[in-house]
Design a binder for this molecule. Structure first.
Ligand code: SDX
Length: 431
């Protein structure tokens, strides 16, 4: 962290406390309160961490007002248009764009880690067929720590790297197996002659009874969806992974915790919730009723796929996703998809409504992704597993960064206690 000469003064009960202010490469200045409790005997209060920087990082930067997202300085729209997911994985993990031979080595390494231990197949059979695939993924990924003991020592840099390869490589296999299990079809092994996205589509949609040809346009759209979901600063699931890792937990346990957090409909579960909402709306003439419900403070309903803690402008990922949606639906000859029509009309209606524009509630990454995934043939229950598969590289990159930070210590927030003061126990006969 850069040394700082800038300070902020906090006055409490007539005493001034000088707090260092760190100036970032980009974004707001950061007031360093690490010594505040020791000096002033007070805590700061920030449930939901709306004004709190939990760490310093060099991986991803978001300018929510400008609608900018960069990975190691490269804008997401350029990466989505010119790069591909495994190159973005290399960039997130190592901090620079690889030379051709470096990229080839990395892709070969990931390809060679795509199979899972054969005995892990038994885990899937312990679940009901109608288990949500996210439940299966939380369980199976957590169980990886019972199989890959040679990459759980977080003090060993090489083991950290191997664990990173294993998680990035095996997540598509596990997600595809969760899908196949849920529909009663046999598991499909990965193929080393296919690229990352094509391999995932192959493992999801091929069957032993016939040849399956991966359409290159769908593979490209799948790869782009992976890239758009790869990392996103200190979002809830990434913060979960960092907090779990701060206790020294192994990488597979930490990523399983991240998957569990991502599942929530306010976070990664929003893509499934958004498509279910669009289907519930059904036709454009029903849109005004749902917009009224979203604005009604007495109604818990919110427009899924709208709003964001950081973006107070368009989510740049949503713009790219919208282009992909048009391409995929055009290719599949479903450009008149009624759900897409409701999505486009809903977006237009919301963006013309002062409630949404004044609160800066714009479509986020989850608004269009579900439409593409449904058009590709995925059930809504597979949307969040695909988000988890994509975000694994972000979780792993942030996990590695935290472990290499000499300042790292166990995360242990305090609280604003509002409970009872000290009191004596009362025997039951005296109550
Ligand atoms: C992701 O953090 C990340 O980076 C996440 C993510 C990533 O890549 O990791 O980008 C992925 O999680 C995207 C977000 C997906 N979630 C949804 O689409 C669910 C719907 N959105 C909302 O639940 C909400 O917008 C959040 C959770 C995304 C953000 O919530 P905030 O920042 O805590 O905002 P808030 O709840 O304080 O809302 C501010 C106001 C409130 O009204 P007031 O109390 O001020 O009157 O806006 C309203 C909210 O009621 N509001 C909405 C709304 N979102 C916020 N009203 C209607 N519909 C919505 N979607």
């Amino acid at each position: 962290m850069a040394d700082t000469t800038k300070t902020a003064t906090l006055t409490i009960d007539g005493t001034d406390y000088e707090l260092p202010v760190h100036q970032p490469t980009a974004g707001p200045d950061v007031v360093d309160i690490r010594k505040l409790y020791g000096q002033a005997g007070v805590f700061t209060y920030d449930p939901g961490f709306t004004s709190t920087a939990s760490c310093d990082s060099t991986i991803t930067y978001i300018d929510g007002d400008a609608g900018i997202l960069t990975h190691r300085g490269y804008p997401i729209d350029q990466l989505a248009g010119k790069s591909h997911f495994l190159e973005v994985c290399f960039l997130l993990l190592y901090g620079y764009l690889p030379k051709a031979e470096e990229l080839e080595d990395f892709e070969t390494t990931v390809t060679r880690h795509t199979m899972i231990h054969e005995q892990m197949h038994n885990f899937f059979r312990g679940f009901r067929r109608d288990a949500h695939p996210m439940a299966t993924m939380v369980g199976v990924v957590g169980a990886m720590s019972a199989f890959y003991h040679d990459s759980t020592d977080i003090s060993d840099e090489r083991q950290r790297e191997i664990a990173s390869f294993r998680l990035i490589a095996k997540m598509p296999t596990i997600a595809a197996m969760a899908y196949k299990y849920s529909i009663g079809q046999p598991f499909v092994y990965p193929r080393n002659d296919l690229d990352y996205a094509a391999n995932f589509l192959h493992m999801c949609f091929s069957v032993p009874a016939e040849e399956y040809h991966v359409d290159p346009i769908l593979a490209r759209a799948m790869d782009r969806i992976f890239t758009l979901h790869a990392d996103h600063e200190q979002n809830a699931s990434t913060s979960t992974v960092r907090l779990a890792s701060s206790s020294g937990a192994n990488p597979f346990a930490c990523v399983a915790a991240g998957i569990a957090c991502l599942w929530g409909p306010a976070h990664g579960g929003a893509n499934q919730a958004c498509l279910e909402m669009l289907k519930e709306i059904g036709t454009p003439d029903q849109i005004p009723e749902y917009i009224a419900r979203a604005k009604d403070k007495n109604d818990p309903f919110r427009l899924m796929g709208f709003g964001h803690r950081v973006y107070k402008n368009f989510d740049p990922r949503a713009k790219v996703m919208k282009q992909s949606a048009d391409e995929v639906l055009d290719l599949l000859g479903v450009e008149d998809n009624p759900t897409l029509q409701v999505a486009k009309d809903l977006e237009k209606a919301a963006l013309e409504d002062p409630y949404f524009t004044e609160k800066k509630l714009f479509p986020n990454v989850d608004f269009y992704s579900g439409i593409i995934l449904e058009a590709m043939g995925f059930p809504t229950a597979m949307f969040t597993p695909i988000f988890a598969l994509s975000r694994t590289v972000g979780w792993v990159s942030q996990w590695k960064e935290q472990l290499s930070d000499p300042q790292m210590k166990i995360g242990r927030p305090r609280q604003l206690y509002q409970g009872e003061n000290l009191r004596d126990y009362v025997d039951i006969e005296n109550r």
